[in-house]
Design a binder for this molecule. Sequence first.
Ligand SMILES: CC(C)(COP(=O)(O)OP(=O)(O)OC[C@H]1O[C@@H](n2cnc3c(N)ncnc32)[C@H](O)[C@@H]1OP(=O)(O)O)[C@@H](O)C(=O)NCCC(=O)NCCS
Length: 182
Amino acid sequence: MKKDDSMTEREERRDTDHYIAQDGSFWGVREAVPADLNDLVTLDDITKPVPWGRDAIAGFIGCVPGVFVLYPSNRAGMTLGGPVGFVIARWLGDECEIMSIGVHPQYRRRGLGRMLMETVRRTTLAHGKTSWILEVREYNTPALSLYKSIGFLEVGKRRDYYIDTGEAAILMRGDTTNGDPQ
Ligand SMILES: CC(C)(COP(=O)(O)OP(=O)(O)OC[C@H]1O[C@@H](n2cnc3c(N)ncnc32)[C@H](O)[C@@H]1OP(=O)(O)O)[C@@H](O)C(=O)NCCC(=O)NCCS
């Protein structure tokens, strides 16, 4: 995944992070707006074993850091389609907490989850916070692998945390000053 910095000065791209995936495809990550809510609810339904639902997601739109959506774009940074991924985060004291992340199954393993996390990392650092945290199901291998691949470390475990499966929650913490090497 490469951050496309050549695009940052163009007016229409303000507040959007642009990325190039390893397969050469272009993607944008921007703050969600109320008009994204239907797409977010659909993605939440598709990607999460226990969806948050419309009201919970709506409550975070407009917050800082809040909700970010990822969508396909062209080389010039123009939007080519609706959101295929999202991330929801909040401040927790001096830290940022990743609360939810999802990428549509058809678009996984292209680096899009990492792009969403990178935008949250940059936002967190821009607010002077150097630590981010999250909890993840113990058998959620894709998510655990994603978080470890960007430097999160396991710092604790809550047994029998998830009611639907009885899985433990793995608590993880990362350093937001450790950016993507690309
Ligand atoms: C977790 C999730 C967001 C990852 O999205 P993604 O776009 O596929 O992730 P990326 O392509 O950016 O993967 C980044 C790294 O994570 C790891 N990873 C991702 N999916 C993986 C999988 N299925 N198996 C093993 N490692 C995986 C790899 O290290 C990968 O890097 P690589 O492809 O260069 O090897 C996606 O699988 C998803 O939406 N899952 C359902 C929702 C969920 O579980 N959310 C997390 C809990 S809130």
